[in-house]
Design a protein around this ligand. Structure first.
Ligand code: GLU
Length: 400
């Protein structure tokens, strides 16, 4: 349609959200659907956080706030970065937005010019490339196959860097694979970055607290303090504190960049929700004792889903280090035909047939840039996951 911006030709609707909406629609129409599309914890926001939000409403904290965050939240974020990441930021180096998503978008809008390149390891979270494209930049993908544990090697990073490279977007533990980089693995990448002073790092640490077994989280500016002046460390309360709907993300980074991001936000949404900001203060400053319980539940579900999927013919599911996603390969299913006669030509066809024939909604791998695969968000009840695995198995057993 001629009326719409050319920018829309460069992007597509978010596939994670599209799958979730589709599952919701089918369920509303009476279908028996198991939605494993969008990733969000199924836990309730902890009570002390909800209480803080109610108090904020009653105290009249319902008006505009400073565009990029109330001072109390900025101070809580500075304390979090110091406590958990060994990173020193002042409030002028901290910005708060409507979810990590807006923070990433602000940063790209504030820095990209046409022709600027952004390195995006694939598989990637669906919105990174489209945000880069919307901001006028060019995503440069580095394929990180399952055999490399879905992780980028220093040599692959080195090969992707050009004089036009502006950012590396780095996400560990990863959405969609759950792969986490150890500090030693990260060091290999930061050594490369130290040789290329024009490349900045956008570290998306959203799944920091959701790590399993003995995996220890690390973030680039902590591993290599030499990168501090060109790293934006992005995080949020959505995943760790079961607060997806409250929409609070934040970042720490160089003051000039933080200021520029605030300019973008001042001309788009202004401040993130005032009540949510007070809830986020309570999340960051309050007790953290529920986190091990969240982690244990996710780890149990990870093990359940990995075992369930590896029992399906044609599926191979690696074991993630963190987050709440698995990203199984379905190479063994491609080229087959489902019990209802659907040709499984690619992973989108697989996900479509799986939803039609079993009611299980997953996101197809092409949306994340590495096929053939699909992503399951296992942040849901064990019994639901058991049933989903049973249906996927019977679907796979029906492929001929
Ligand atoms: N980060 C979540 C996911 O990947 C939320 C949905 C979205 O914003 O993409 O499913």
């Amino acid at each position: 349609m001629g009326f719409l911006s050319a920018a829309l030709d460069r992007i597509k609707p978010s596939p994670t959200i599209a799958v979730t909406n589709k599952a919701r629609e089918l369920a509303a129409a009476g279908r028996d659907v198991i939605g494993l599309g969008a990733g969000e914890p199924d836990f309730d926001t902890p009570a002390h956080i909800r209480e803080a939000a109610k108090r904020a409403i009653d105290a009249g904290k319902t008006r505009y706030t400073a565009v990029d965050g109330i001072p109390e939240l900025k101070r809580a974020i500075c304390a979090k970065f110091a406590r958990e990441n060994g990173l020193t930021y002042t409030p002028a180096q901290v910005t708060v937005g409507t979810g990590g998503k807006q923070v990433l978008y602000n940063a790209l809008m504030a820095t990209l010019n046409p022709g600027d390149e952004v390195i995006v390891p694939a598989p990637y979270w669906v919105s990174y490339p489209d945000m880069v494209l919307l901001a006028g930049g060019t995503p440069v993908f580095v394929e990180c196959p399952v055999d490399s544990g879905f992780k980028m090697t220093p040599a692959a990073l080195e090969a992707a860097i050009t004089p036009r490279t502006k950012w590396l977007i780095f996400n560990s533990p990863s959405n969609p694979t759950g792969a986490g980089y150890t500090a030693a693995e990260l060091r290999g990448l930061t050594d490369v970055l130290m040789r290329h002073p024009h490349v900045w790092v956008m570290a998306d640490d959203m799944y920091e607290h959701l790590v399993f077994d003995d995996f220890v989280f690390a973030t680039p500016a902590q591993v290599e303090p030499g990168l501090y002046d060109r790293t934006l460390t992005v995080n949020g309360v959505s995943k760790a504190y079961a607060m997806t709907g409250w929409r609070i993300g934040y970042a720490g980074g160089p003051a000039d960049l933080i200021r520029a991001m605030g300019v973008i936000q001042s001309q788009s949404t202004s401040n993130p929700c005032s009540v949510s900001q007070w809830a986020a203060v309570a999340a960051l400053e309050g007790p953290q004792d529920f986190l091990p319980g969240f982690r244990a539940a996710f780890q149990r579900r990870r093990d359940l889903v990995v075992a369930g999927l590896n029992a399906c013919p044609g599926i191979r599911c690696p074991k993630p280090d963190g987050a709440f996603y698995v990203y199984p390969s379905i190479a063994g299913c491609i080229g087959k035909t489902s019990a209802a006669g659907a040709r499984i030509t690619d992973d989108e066809a697989f996900a479509t047939a799986l939803l039609e024939e079993t009611g299980v909604a997953v996101v197809f791998g092409a949306a994340f840039g590495l096929s053939p695969a699909f992503r399951i968000s296992y942040a849901t009840a064990d019994a639901v996951l058991d049933e989903a695995c049973r249906r996927i198995r019977s679907f796979c057993e029906g492929l001929v």
